[in-house]
Ligand binder design. Structure first.
Ligand code: SF4
Ligand code: SF4
Ligand code: SF4
Length: 197
């Protein structure tokens, strides 16, 4: 390859990096605003109460009991997405079943049983994944896929404005990994990747 071609390739790669960085920065900013406002609301709401239940996302093993053991139906536990950690992958292991044949929205290709995880096109090879909280049942299927083969940007958390703050959380009793803990309501919402709200 001659010098001219090398230069051309370098400039192509820089161009593509810049576009990716631009997209990522855009969504990081949006995610920050979204997480900060959710967290702010959750902390403010719980200031006048003493303790709240919280999931440590680094301890959760995605056993599925968050969906089935809450006193609420659907559960107060939902999937949350930390966009800053996401790779915006076309082949998303949180969205598609393992060994998926076709990357389309056919029900047989999707992990989420309720279609709560929404995929939207950004540009060639890049897709954004959003959670419809109304539809999410906290089953952790997407979280397992994302944690096993992706960046782990999807994880479960108790939504404080839904939670009944039971003295003895029925999910905490059966959680096999000790991921549930009671914390002071004045503490910020624990999210992955250092986001404290
Ligand atoms: S019960 Fe515990 S390990 Fe199971 S999905 Fe919920 S937080 Fe994760
Ligand atoms: S797979 Fe389960 S946890 Fe993930 S978005 Fe769908 S319902 Fe929620
Ligand atoms: S405290 Fe009660 S409402 Fe909240 S997650 Fe646990 S069982 Fe569900």
């Amino acid at each position: 390859m001659d010098k001219k071609e090398n230069k051309k390739n370098d400039s192509g790669s820089k161009k593509s990096m810049n576009r990716r960085d631009f997209i990522r920065l855009g969504f990081q900013a949006a995610a920050f605003v979204s997480i900060a406002s959710v967290s702010g609301y959750l902390v403010k709401k719980s200031m006048d109460e003493d303790l709240v239940w919280q999931i440590d996302p680094y301890k959760c093993t995605q056993c599925g009991r968050c969906a089935t053991s809450c006193v609420l139906n659907p559960s107060a536990v939902k999937c949350v997405h930390i966009y800053i950690m996401c790779g915006y992958c076309n082949l998303c292991s949180g969205y598609f079943v393992p060994n998926v044949k076709e990357l389309n929205t056919g029900a047989e290709n999707l992990l989420c049983p309720t279609k709560a995880l929404k995929r939207s096109y950004i540009e060639k090879h890049y897709y954004k994944y959003d959670i419809d909280r109304e539809l999410c049942i906290g089953c952790a299927k997407c979280v397992k896929g994302c944690s096993s083969f992706g960046n782990g940007s999807l994880h479960l958390q108790i939504i404080r404005d839904l939670c009944k703050k039971c003295n003895q959380c029925s999910i905490a009793k059966v959680c096999p990994s000790g991921a549930f803990k009671q914390i002071s309501a004045s503490k910020a919402y624990l999210l992955k990747s250092g986001w404290k709200g």
